[in-house]
Design a protein. Sequence first.
Length: 326
Amino acid sequence: MSTEHRYVFWLGRTRREREEIMEAARAAGVADRVISYHSSLGVLEWPPVVFGGIRYPGVSELAALQSAAFEVPADRHLEVTRTMPGPDGTRMPRSLLTEIAVSGRFPRMGSPYCRKSAKESVVSSAWTPIVNRLKRELGRPVRILKVMGLRSDEGPDRKKREAFRTVQANSARVVDEWLPVKDWSTDAVKEWHADAPVPYCWAYDSAPGAGDWGGTSRCSCQLCVFASRHDVLLSIDRRPRLADLYAEVEQVRGDSFRADWRITDLIRHAAACGAPDPGVVCSDDGPEFTALEEQVRAALEEEPRKEPDLARRTRRSPCDGCAAPL
């Protein structure tokens, strides 16, 4: 990490990543320039739950707790999200599922627009006021170090990604990207978390507090089109109302959740053939979920931007020997 970077931002997800960044920032004498961002997915991310009389924080709350644990002041941990005009004229969150309903297509490996629209672009836009102010003060482009917790184990596209590269350079900003835990294995991350001052997300366990890493293998969107079948089936049973809303988008738009799986079939499979024990079921009976339903259904009333041709591929069964009709 270099003192050339006027500001160091991270889009962090794990405790290991946060400590790695802060150690490097302190060594370079720029710890006071670190700002952490959580790009919130709102209802689509794992919420807090109460299980066995114990409350387990959700993803957004954990992000703030982890930043605080590594000495990032509360005013330098920012939660950002996409917004849209609300019915009363104020801004309200715009869900990724709404974006999918508007588009008419689910994200695909060849077109992962969710990663930009719901994550990186939201944070990049949040930098603009800081960049505008500092550019006037410095009289040159602002150097930004963007730090993310992507790892090679998470997929072939991430394995190919360079650990350090320049991703943007113009008259206002020069953005370098650093992946400090790129070469960390999944087992190494789990071992490192054993003595964490802040817990990892409850969704990684078979049930909140189990400590067995027997739940979901990733903690992005609860129903992620890039997730494994195990993770999707687990999420279907943990968030049944959310799964039904995804199925509604799929049925109205004609596109499939994945090119090879329809979420409608996965829901049917989970009911007929079984799915991983969810450990806990989220009721989704609050006003935030109601607002999401209304927003998505309003989007489905409009014509989609694109035809669902990405769905027109040979689909395979959700499981081998599945008795559920497809």
